[in-house]
Every structure is written in C-alpha cells, then in structure tokens.
Design a protein around this ligand. Structure first.
Ligand SMILES: [Zn+2]
Length: 404
C-alpha cells in the first residue's frame, strides 16, 4: 500500500534547532502530505498521486532565528537533480552570477588559486571563477553529467575537474584556497553538522575563505511567499541564522549580504579558534514579529483559498491553475485541490501531458482551455497577469483571473 492511499495525521516532532541546537522553538505553520520532490513531473496520474510525501512543520528558533522543517525525514535524501531551477537559465540570474564571481575574485585575490565548489552542477559558476582569475577548480556534485567532447567547455580549460559525489571528509586532501557552495545548504537536513565537517577539513588552513549562497527567508517573509515553502528545503536562512551557522561551526563571518533583489543571502567566513559570537539579539527580535505575521497571513490565505475552491465546486464551476512550477505544485498540494482542480496550464511544451507530483493534475497547454472553458484561471505569478490576460482573450475566453 502506498502512502497516498492512507490519510495520516501530520507528525509534529519536537526537533531542536538544526543550526544552534536550541530547544526554544516557536511553531509557525504545518502542512501535511506534501510531495517530497515537487519539481518532478510524472507521466501518469497514478504515479503522480503515489509520489512520496512528507510533512512540513515549520519552526522558528527564538535563539538564532533559523527557520526549519521540524518534521523533515532525512530518509528522503536520495536526491536526483532532475530537478532544475529555472532561475539558472534566466539572463538576469546569469549576469548576477557573473558580477558575483568578479567581486569574489577581486575581494579575495583569487588568482592562480585552488577553488573547490560543493554542489557545482555543470560547473558554470566554477568556470567563471577559474576563467576570471586563472584559477584551478574542482567541482563536487553527484548529479554532474560529463557532456564529453561535444561540449567540453569546462574540461577544455584544463584547469577544472569534477567529482561525481557528495563532498565529504574523504576529499580533505584536495588543495583549496576558496570553498564555495551555492543553493546547497538549504537542502541539507543538518546544516550545522555539514559546516562542522568543513571546519574539520579546513583544520589549520585558516586562510581558506568559505562562501555560501542560499535563498533569503526574509524575502519569503516580506513578500508573503507562502507558495515558496517546499519539502526540498528543510532550512530557511535569515542573515542572523546563516551567520550563527558559520560561528557555531568555528568560522568567523567576514560579511553577509542580501543579493539578487533580496532573494538570496550570501556569507563569507574564515576558520577561527575563537569562541563563537552569540546571535545578534536585535535581529532575532525583529524577525520574531515578522514571522508571527507571516504565519497568521499564511493561515488566512490557506483558509481563504480552501473556502474559495469549495465555493467554486459547490457552484459547479471550473478552475485551472496557470503555472506548473514549484509555486503551482505547492498551491495545489497545500489545498488538496485535486477534487476541484483537474488541470494545470503551462506554456512549457516539455511539461505537456505530464502530471503534478502529489495532487495529480494533468498539465495542459493554453489552447486546451478553448475546449475546457474554465470559469477561473488561478495565476501563480502575478507578474504575468497582463500577458496571460491577453492570451485568454486571444483564445476567446472570458475566464476570470484570480491571483494566488
Ligand atoms: Zn537556532
């Protein structure tokens, strides 16, 4: 019997903070039975409905302001990165990454040095760092695909190699002047343990600079990004909790920055033998209020949509979700909407005919709506309201747009 066939209560566990170990945790929000890999699409409805699920129980640490999923099950760590972050293909993201690489090369005098990247993907960022400063690079990533001679770009430089594995202490011998990792730490169930491992690897090589980039939870909280909370992220860092994670693990923080329009958070540090600095209380206190507002708004927004979808069902009307990315998947799964919403629209032709993980809606192209004739189109990204309004008009549809 698979998990989707038996409803089960959300398991609330009283796990301590995964950054500082404090037991002073304030429970923010709970949502049960969410797909473990929300960006995996399924070729059949049965497969989608039977997808592995887990519970999300967000806790806020009153000591260091870290936000984390207390119900996260590390048994789901089998992490195939079929999952692609569409962000990485946007020109805005690319130009941001390029500016970031230039800043790091200049600020830390990365010329003729050894660079290690943990979670390097296909090595785009590592290649930038190596090209800009004539550096040597080693990228660690279990999902690395050797594209061989046709696209030998990183290898043709002769200065970059890849290890198709998770980074661990067995690679401590690799020379390093700079260790970087982008969008990895938020996926690690015990981030402090991981940083402790790095501290052991660094040992007395205190000149090594450590650089981490993660999503900024302040952005999610301020923008009320309630559909951004996904199972793949057991950790949500604020500047304070990222700095605490560094300090607690024996790294002195050189600087933290909010970047990419506030969506990301970066931190740089160096190993130290000094005792860790305590978290900055003023930052934690401000965030206590913000997250309380966020949690209240979250519950209000979920109740609003539960009621709205029930009303649509009662009136025999039809609604579709526009946008089958992680926000749309989270929306449909949070609201357990499968009885009301049958289809999700997406313009990406590769998603056509696939099914949403967990809630099982079929993904259809916009033209499908001409025969389905929905009464409502629920929009996951409000930035596209005008564009989608225009598309609906061109299709001869008078559906009302609702913004999620
Ligand atoms: Zn903490």
């Amino acid at each position: 019997m698979n998990k989707s066939e038996r409803p089960r209560p959300t398991q609330i566990v009283s796990a301590p903070c995964t950054v500082c170990g404090s037991a002073d945790i304030f429970d923010l929000i709970t949502v049960g039975d969410m797909p473990v890999y929300c960006n995996l699409l399924w070729p059949s409805k049965e497969g989608a409905l039977a997808a592995a699920r887990g519970d999300i129980s967000m806790g806020f640490c009153r000591h260091c302001s870290h936000i984390f999923n207390r119900a996260f099950d590390p048994g789901f760590l089998e992490y195939t990165q079929d999952y692609e972050n569409s962000l990485h293909f946007s020109p805005r993201f690319q130009s941001y990454a390029n500016r970031l690489a230039r800043r790091l090369v200049e600020q830390y005098d990365l010329h003729g040095k050894d660079i290690v990247e943990i979670g390097s993907g296909q090595g785009d960022f590592l290649a930038m760092l190596c090209e800009l400063g004539g550096n040597r690079g080693v990228g660690f990533d279990p999902s690395y695909v050797d594209e061989g001679a046709e696209n030998g770009r990183p290898k043709s430089l002769g200065s970059i190699s890849f290890v198709r594995d998770y980074y661990s202490e067995k690679y401590a011998d690799y020379p390093a002047d700079f260790i970087c990792s982008r969008h990895v730490l938020e996926h690690i169930p015990q981030p402090a343990q991981f940083l402790n491992l790095l501290r052991r690897v660094v040992g007395q090589r205190q000149q090594i600079v450590l650089f981490f980039e993660v999503p900024n939870v302040l952005y999610t909280v301020r923008q009320l990004g309630i559909w951004d909370i996904i199972y793949e992220h057991p950790s949500y860092f604020s500047p304070s909790s990222l700095a605490t994670a560094f300090e607690q693990s024996g790294f002195h923080v050189l600087e933290t920055n909010e970047t990419f329009g506030g969506q990301f958070l970066t931190a740089e540090g160096q190993a130290t033998d000094d005792a860790p600095a305590p978290p900055r209380v003023e930052n934690v206190n401000q965030l206590v209020q913000d997250v309380a507002v966020f949690a209240r708004n979250y519950r209000n927004k979920v109740s609003f949509w539960q009621e709205r979808l029930a009303q649509i069902a009662r009136q025999g009307q039809r609604a579709v979700v526009w946008g089958a990315g992680s926000k749309g998947v989270t929306f449909m799964n949070t609201l357990k909407s499968q009885d009301v919403i049958e289809y999700a629209v997406d313009i990406n032709p590769r998603k056509k005919g696939m099914f949403i993980s967990g809630s099982g809606q079929e993904i259809v192209p916009p033209v499908f709506l001409q025969s389905y004739r929905p009464d409502f189109v629920i929009l996951m990204n409000p930035n596209y309201e005008k564009e989608i309004g225009g598309k609906l008009e061109a299709l001869g549809l008078a559906a009302e747009i609702l913004k999620a």
